[in-house]
Ligand binder design. Structure first.
Ligand SMILES: Nc1ncnc2c1ncn2[C@@H]1O[C@H](COP(=O)(O)OP(=O)(O)OP(=O)(O)O)[C@@H](O)[C@H]1O
Length: 355
């Protein structure tokens, strides 16, 4: 399958079939044992085959316009790209990846200056889908090839996480099997799938908190993990959390406190001295959770639906933060069931339906 834009070399050409990571093997930890034979690949079409304004092509053209391309040129590129997808009988998002990322990629290829990454304006428009509006399972299993490298990805860096043939069984029940996943510095990967398909379990395996039944896991040493819930102690203040988690990472108390407050400010939160975590709102506790995950400046951030309870502004701040991490060269894995989150990410790994 080729995702070559009109008149350009195949953007996926240097991304398929990558070899082993180079220069970053030190500091890796491994877990799990053995291999499983079968892969969990699922293939299929996506629902977004339309070229209308609300579809991929419309978003692609909007992004080209937003990036400053002349309307006639943006329209022509959008038409040619849609035509190319039609000719290959593949939905444009499966062929080219998220519309806004592909627009940026294309402009870079065309040697046109693209602005720094930002949350796409679509997400901030009135009536934009709110967190929680799309139900789990809305993403069709097999919509996106698991582990597929999306065209339009920003320059990939060193591998921070690699799962090979990973599977998990609880007693006789197989939760998933044959998961292959590679996450590089400067990339955001989403793990999606129906309720109970094992997203949280897979993320815990990525973090080294749960042992896989089969397969191998290699990860960089500096990992930040933000669980779906819990992760904070109700009887401690935010400052005490910063110092406690900072101490575990070898940070001096003052530095941990000031770093925590700095990170909190980026989520528009100013912790009140003396306020216990149990008296924080659910959304603010999640902010605390996020800050704790980032406190020790990890290379790899593992986030399990970390925006539960966020209002819309905080949710957008969260995604801005994710994109800032990405642009700073961190690798990010986010468990989500929100379809519109996927426009922010480079890769999607679909675990499909619960087994
Ligand atoms: N420690 C455990 N022992 C036995 N079964 C478990 C354990 N942890 C998880 N499971 C089971 O594994 C399956 C996957 O759970 P998991 O929480 O990973 O799914 P999920 O995709 O994250 O779900 P959701 O979308 O609802 O958050 C579920 O059926 C769950 O009951």
């Amino acid at each position: 399958m080729s995702g070559t834009p009109p008149g350009l070399p195949d953007p996926a050409g240097d991304r398929d079939g990558r070899g082993d990571p180079t220069g970053d093997r030190d500091g890796w930890t491994g877990g799990g044992d053995g291999w499983t034979g079968g892969r969990g690949d699922r293939t299929g079409g996506r629902g977004d085959r339309t070229g209308g304004r609300g579809g991929w092509t419309g978003r692609f053209e909007d992004e080209l316009l937003r990036l400053g391309l002349q309307p006639a040129r943006a329209r022509r590129l959008a038409e040619e790209t849609a035509q190319q997808a039609a000719e290959s009988a593949t939905a444009p998002d499966a062929l080219f990846g998220p519309a806004h990322l592909y627009a940026r990629h294309l402009l870079t290829e065309l040697n046109t200056a693209a602005p720094p990454a930002a949350v796409p304006p679509r997400a901030t428009q009135p009536g934009a889908t709110q967190p929680g509006a799309i139900q789990p399972g809305a993403i069709q299993p097999g919509a996106i090839q698991p582990g597929a490298v999306r065209p339009g990805a920003i320059q990939p860096g060193a591998v921070r996480l690699r799962l090979t043939g990973v599977g998990k069984r609880y007693r006789r029940r197989t939760v998933f099997s044959g998961v292959d996943l590679t996450v590089r510095a400067g990339e955001v990967t989403a793990i999606v799938g129906a309720n109970g398909c094992g997203k949280s379990t897979l993320l815990r395996i990525c973090a080294g908190l749960t042992r896989p039944t089969t397969g191998t896991v290699h990860r960089t040493r500096r990992v930040g993990f933000v669980p779906q819930d819990g992760g904070t102690a109700g009887w401690l203040t935010a400052g005490e959390h910063f110092r406690l988690f900072g101490a575990a990472a070898g940070l001096a108390a003052r530095r941990a406190g000031s770093t925590g407050e700095h990170l909190a400010a980026r989520l528009a939160w100013r912790p009140e001295p003396g306020q216990l975590a149990q008296h924080l709102s659910g959304g603010t506790r999640q902010k605390l959770n996020l800050v704790l995950g980032e406190l020790h400046a990890p290379d790899l951030l593992l986030l399990d639906e970390p925006y539960q309870g966020f209002d819309q502004g905080t949710y957008l701040d969260f995604w801005k933060q994710v994109l800032a991490w990405r642009d700073a060269g961190k690798a990010v894995v986010v468990v989500t069931h929100l379809l519109h989150d996927l426009q922010h990410v480079n890769h999607v790994h679909d675990l499909g339906a619960a087994q």
